[in-house]
Design a protein around this ligand. Structure first.
Ligand code: ADP
Ligand code: MG
Length: 242
């Protein structure tokens, strides 16, 4: 469904992505793994239109596409929730959920009801500790993380990207989130899951792509790959055995 080939991205002299490739099938949950600075966030920001690529190609259903802005990414059915939250603290939870997806202040009362319903549904499903009209700045970071996911899901994406989204969440919140997302995957959504938490990756993902120094060095099936192998692919070094 999604195929990235030889992706390159430079920040001045820094080659954040040198040769990154990745495939994501419909309904697949794939982890994107790599040490700090290996280019994971840079790669997903290219997909979400926040970074412009300097080289390489992106195919969506065999069509070569250019993701020139976040709006274009959204149009292709890609949504991202990330650790540096995109929420506006002064706005309410429900206003944030539709931010960038709705025309703005001129919502009719029908739209308002639908937005309220969506907010209530997501509060229930994800266990967000807030009301639809709670200001986001009154919510703790774990609940803001959940709100970030709810915001991404509002666009009904074909491809959901999560970049270190569970960083501030409790174990129970993460479990509930995974249960919800696995159900959405059953309906055909694909997920690219960026994380450095192996426990979560093994619990949630089926496959993994490993980045090292901006290069995709390995694709694995997680069922057949032990954690020490993942460390080896990430670092290029064997872990020492006692
Ligand atoms: P990861 O998410 O795997 O930790 P990043 O993609 O954030 O890695 O970063 C990859 C490399 O690109 C790092 O060396 C980082 O410092 C650099 N980098 C990322 N974003 C920028 C930016 N906006 N400007 C300059 N350098 C950047
Ligand atoms: Mg990152």
């Amino acid at each position: 469904m999604l195929r990235i080939e030889n992706l390159q991205k430079n920040f001045g002299a820094v080659k954040a992505l040198r040769d990154a490739s990745l495939k994501l099938e419909k309904g697949e949950i794939r982890a994107l793994l790599g040490a700090n600075g290996s280019g994971k966030s840079t790669l997903v920001k290219v997909l979400s239109g926040l970074n412009r690529k300097d080289g390489g190609r992106i195919f969506l259903n065999e069509t070569d596409i250019q993701i020139s802005s976040p709006a274009v990414s959204k149009k292709y059915g890609i949504a991202m929730a990330y650790q540096d939250l995109s929420l506006i603290p002064e706005l309410s939870l429900e206003e944030n959920l539709v931010l960038g997806s709705e025309p703005g202040t001129s919502w009719g009362s029908l739209r308002k009801n639908q937005i309220r319903e969506y907010a209530e549904k997501m509060i229930e499903v994800l266990g967000i500790q807030a009301a639809p009209d709670t200001q986001v700045k009154e919510m703790d970071l774990s609940n803001q993380g959940l709100a970030e996911v709810a915001k991404a899901m509002y666009t009904k994406p074909q491809i959901l990207i999560l970049d270190e989204i569970t960083a501030s969440m409790h174990h129970d919140q993460v479990e509930r989130l995974f249960t919800y997302l696995k159900r959405e995957r059953e309906k055909g959504m694909s997920i690219l899951y960026v994380s450095h938490r192996f426990e979560e990756v093994y619990a949630f993902c089926e496959t993994a792509t490993i980045l090292r120094g901006g290069i995709s060095v390995k694709e694995v099936c997680l069922k057949e790959t032990a954690p020490d192998r993942l460390v080896y692919y990430m670092t290029g070094e064997e872990t020492k055995r006692e």
